[in-house]
Design a protein around this ligand. Structure first.
Ligand SMILES: [Zn+2]
Length: 128
């Protein structure tokens, strides 16, 4: 069991659906660059010369922002899919309940706090 009450489950699902809509709207507004979403690229960006530093910096910045939004969108979509599969609220590593307080703070959390901490320590060690 995921340790969530039906009402908590519904609240989190509603929040994720809302997040999803907001992120989609943000992406639609953003200046999307070829590397991120080729088909959504506005014509004026395609045509603009990127041979000065400030426009390159701007492009890098908006690409980073768009990539970040896309990443969040994937996370939220992933979480919503878990509602359909009815395994939302379970840690993807140890299969234990993630817990409502953590999900309330991060509705798209994929790992319980214990596995998350372990993963972070792991990746820190990797970088050394
Ligand atoms: Zn876990």
């Amino acid at each position: 069991m995921n340790g969530l009450e039906a009402q908590q489950w519904q609240t989190l699902q509603a929040r994720l659906r809302q997040d999803y809509a907001i992120l989609l709207a943000q992406l639609a507004d953003a200046t999307i660059l070829p590397a991120v979403l080729p088909r959504a690229l506005p014509h004026e960006v395609q045509a603009s010369p990127s041979d000065n530093a400030s426009s390159r910096a701007l492009e890098a910045q908006s690409m980073e922002a768009a990539a970040h939004t896309l990443q969040q969108l994937h996370g939220v979509r992933h979480a919503l899919a878990k509602f359909t599969a009815e395994d939302y609220g379970l840690c993807e590593s140890c299969n234990g309940p993630i817990g409502y307080s953590r999900l309330n703070a991060r509705p798209d959390a994929r790992l319980c706090i214990r596995c998350q901490t372990r993963t972070e320590q792991h990746s820190h060690n990797w970088q050394k």
